[in-house]
Design a protein around this ligand. Structure first.
Ligand SMILES: *[C@@H]1O[C@H](CO)[C@@H](O)[C@H](O)[C@H]1NC(C)=O
Ligand SMILES: *[C@@H]1O[C@H](CO)[C@@H](O)[C@H](O)[C@H]1NC(C)=O
Ligand SMILES: *[C@@H]1O[C@H](CO)[C@@H](O)[C@H](O)[C@H]1NC(C)=O
Ligand SMILES: *[C@@H]1O[C@H](CO)[C@@H](O)[C@H](O)[C@H]1NC(C)=O
Ligand SMILES: *[C@@H]1O[C@H](CO)[C@@H](O)[C@H](O)[C@H]1NC(C)=O
Ligand SMILES: *[C@@H]1O[C@H](CO)[C@@H](O)[C@H](O)[C@H]1NC(C)=O
Length: 659
């Protein structure tokens, strides 16, 4: 009896001395352990320590029963444990769990959910907590600057981690970082080590069964003696939020002032298996949530990629100097509501034109899409666009700049509220009819703009696409030449390089198709066709009744010969026009439409004729026969022009010289 009492007392003494000296323990499963549990924590029959069960907004704690004497100059310690997190809804974390060193083993006043069972609203972040924790957090709380919903952090007195890292490990074999999913249902091993000499905390994570990675996930220089009291409790805390999850500890070992003994993994209790019932859960819950996750993750990525793709534009080094003239595709996309059909102003052979309002400046613009597949010549082309953008004239539509995309070029112009001239000439009653005074003003305006391009700019600018649909009307119905998509530039005194023949049929000077060389006089030719268009209210080439083509120049010549010019003039004009002026414009048009460039006046001369400063040369109408139809059918053209032109040339030049 006495012996027994003595032995018992000795045992007590022994246990007490152990607690005060270098504590060391190992749990390979928790069957029969005397851990102090609270909240929903429990030890399952197979020895699993379950910190939380599948109820939401609950917490659970498990502490080693005796306090650990860390001493005032906190001793080194090392601990390792195996844990697993099984969320009720796959991929949605409960809240998380933590290894904790606490001055008390009663954390019942702490709160569940984001407080992880460690703190409550009033003491979170306070130095008086004296709590050191390593969190395994599966919910992202922005309030506590969480990295994501799958991170490991070192927390001192606060839910805001002093240091944290995405869950994972540095694989020694692969020499790379491997991600781990804390909520993967899979067991993982953790090492928490503190070196009192270096004052460094190291956290290492790895899949269970893998040897401890050499490089820790987290290493944080910190003197724990600032936080820890002499005597502290060590254990685990966990909580669930709106979604429940089970947080399990399978095994645990600890050693003060030394390396924690290794856990015998073969002796660890098994985690609950996903049974057949759970397979139906897979179908019912996991699949839909996987789909939800897919939607949540992939859709933003998809949207992002689409945005990237949608707004993808080309920007090369050489464009830097054009900065002010370069628009971002995103802005243009925004300006036009995504190139909405409702914003479509027009569409033609060379592209579509949209109305837009630029995001910041609120400037109204017209955006023309020009398809240009070849990269070749783009640099020069853009340079020309920018040069044109620097031009200012009251009869030119301001070209603000451009934007480049793959196979596409966007030109940004000043928006002209009254639209293009062709709408007034051909749209029937949609637009008000223009009287002669208005039309003549437009013709003179366009001529002034063209003269500026040809002779008054720093470089010679050939527009190459003069026609009614490219003449826009400003608020005062002034004609403004727009659409410089085909324009080319070259130095005064030189010639344009040979280019692809571009333009619109009926406006193309015959020599263009032969030589491919644009010149101011090819523009003059097109201007002639344009003037006829404005006076007659007809297109330069129209389909005839027999499937043939009616060429306006020929028609005008015909009427002139027969003395019936009145009949070719736009019927809308008849009542009011001063015939002399109209006749002058018609004759000037014919002069500009001369098949040979030498037969055409320059824009300077055209201006003089239009302003009335210089009378037109007398054209010998009877001998004129342009045969423009032949011009359009090229093979017949060359011989015809050759035989005809000398005659015509002499007649004009002699007339002119006579004055
Ligand atoms: C969770 O644990 C608590 C406390 O042990 C218990 O009352 C509750 O019924 C458990 N819930 C479930 C779903 O197991
Ligand atoms: C929650 O736990 C209880 C008791 O362990 C179990 O009967 C129930 O099926 C669990 N519910 C879910 C959704 O896992
Ligand atoms: C918060 O926790 C501390 C320490 O456990 C406790 O003293 C305090 O009363 C708690 N406050 C609230 C509001 O629960
Ligand atoms: C880190 O820990 C110290 C404890 O001394 C604390 O005062 C500080 O606020 C923590 N820093 C962050 C970023 O949480
Ligand atoms: C604390 O302990 C470390 C290592 O044991 C030692 O290097 C250091 O000097 C000690 N500091 C104090 C203040 O005792
Ligand atoms: C830690 O261990 C070393 C030797 O391994 C010993 O000298 C030292 O006193 C120990 N410190 C404490 C606080 O037990």
């Amino acid at each position: 009896m006495l012996n027994k009492t003595y032995a018992f007392a000795f045992l007590l003494l022994y246990i007490a001395s152990c607690a005060s000296q270098d504590v060391e323990f190992t749990f390979n499963g928790f069957t029969g352990s005397s851990l102090m549990l609270d909240g929903v924590a429990s030890i399952e029959s197979n020895g699993l320590l379950r910190l939380t069960n599948n109820t939401s907004r609950k917490m659970g704690h498990a502490f080693y029963p005796s306090p650990v004497r860390f001493s005032s100059n906190t001793s080194s310690f090392s601990t390792t444990f195996v844990f697993a997190i099984i969320p009720e809804k796959s991929g949605i974390g409960g809240q998380g769990m933590a290894f904790v060193i606490s001055p008390t083993n009663d954390l019942s006043m702490a709160m569940a959910t984001e407080y992880l069972g460690l703190f409550n609203k009033s003491n979170e972040g306070k130095a008086t907590n004296h709590i050191f924790a390593v969190e395994f957090d599966t919910i992202q709380n922005d309030e506590y600057e969480d990295k994501n919903n799958n991170h490991v952090g070192i927390n001192i007195n606060s839910l805001t981690s002093n240091q944290s890292e995405f869950a994972g490990y540095y694989d020694d074999d692969l020499d790379s970082f491997q991600n781990l999913n804390l909520m993967s249902h899979k067991a993982m091993q953790v090492w928490v080590e503190y070196e009192s000499e270096d004052k460094e905390i190291k956290i290492t994570l790895s899949p269970v069964g893998k040897s401890k990675p050499k490089k820790p996930l987290l290493s944080y220089k910190f003197d724990l003696s600032v936080v820890l009291k002499n005597t502290m409790y060590i254990g685990f805390s966990s909580s669930t939020g709106s979604f429940p999850a089970s947080h399990y500890i399978l095994g645990w070992s600890f050693k003060l002032n030394g390396t924690a003994p290794s856990i015998d993994l073969s002796k660890l209790p098994e985690l609950p298996r996903r049974n057949t019932k759970e397979w139906s859960k897979v179908l019912k819950i996991i699949l839909p949530s996987a789909f939800a996750a897919f939607v949540l993750i992939c859709v933003p990525i998809f949207i992002y990629m689409r945005r990237q793709f949608k707004y993808a534009e080309l920007l090369e080094d050489w464009e830097v100097e054009f900065g002010p003239h370069r628009f971002s595709y995103k802005d243009l996309h925004q300006a036009t509501n995504g190139f909405n059909e409702k914003e479509l102003l027009g569409a033609g052979g060379f592209g579509r034109v949209y109305k837009g309002v630029l995001p910041v400046s609120k400037l109204e613009v017209a955006i023309k899409q020009v398809s240009r597949d070849s990269k070749q010549g783009m640099k020069q082309f853009v340079a020309e666009v920018v040069s044109i953008g620097r031009l200012r004239h009251r009869n030119l539509v301001q070209l603000f700049g451009y934007c480049r995309r793959r196979g596409e070029l966007l030109l940004v112009y000043d928006y002209m509220p009254n639209g293009s001239l062709d709408q007034y000439l051909y749209s029937g009653h949609e637009k008000p009819n223009l009287n002669w005074i208005q039309r003549f003003k437009i013709i003179k305006g366009v001529a002034a703009g063209l003269l500026y391009l040809h002779e008054e700019c720093e470089k010679v600018v050939i527009h190459r696409d003069i026609k009614a649909s490219n003449v826009l009307l400003d608020s005062e119905l002034n004609g403004r030449l727009g659409d410089f998509g085909l324009a080319i530039l070259y130095d005064h005194g030189t010639e344009a390089e040979i280019t692809n023949v571009s333009g619109t049929m009926g406006y193309l000077a015959p020599e263009l198709t032969r030589t491919g060389k644009a010149s101011p006089l090819t523009d003059v030719f097109a201007f002639g066709a344009f003037m006829l268009e404005v006076v007659c209210g007809r297109r330069p080439v129209e389909p005839g009744a027999q499937g043939d083509r009616i060429v306006l120049v020929d028609l005008v010549l015909e009427h002139w010969k027969q003395g019936s010019l009145v009949d070719i003039v736009d019927p809308q004009l008849r009542e009011t026009y001063p015939m002399e002026e109209i006749e002058m414009v018609l004759k000037l048009s014919l002069l500009c439409s001369h098949p040979l460039p030498g037969g055409r006046p320059t824009m300077q001369q055209v201006m003089q004729y239009l302003e009335g400063g210089k009378p037109l040369p007398d054209l010998m109408v009877t001998s004129m026969n342009y045969g423009m139809l032949a011009v359009l059918q090229k093979e017949e053209f060359d011989s015809f022009v050759m035989s005809y032109s000398s005659q015509m040339m002499t007649s004009i030049s002699t007339q002119s010289e006579g004055r």
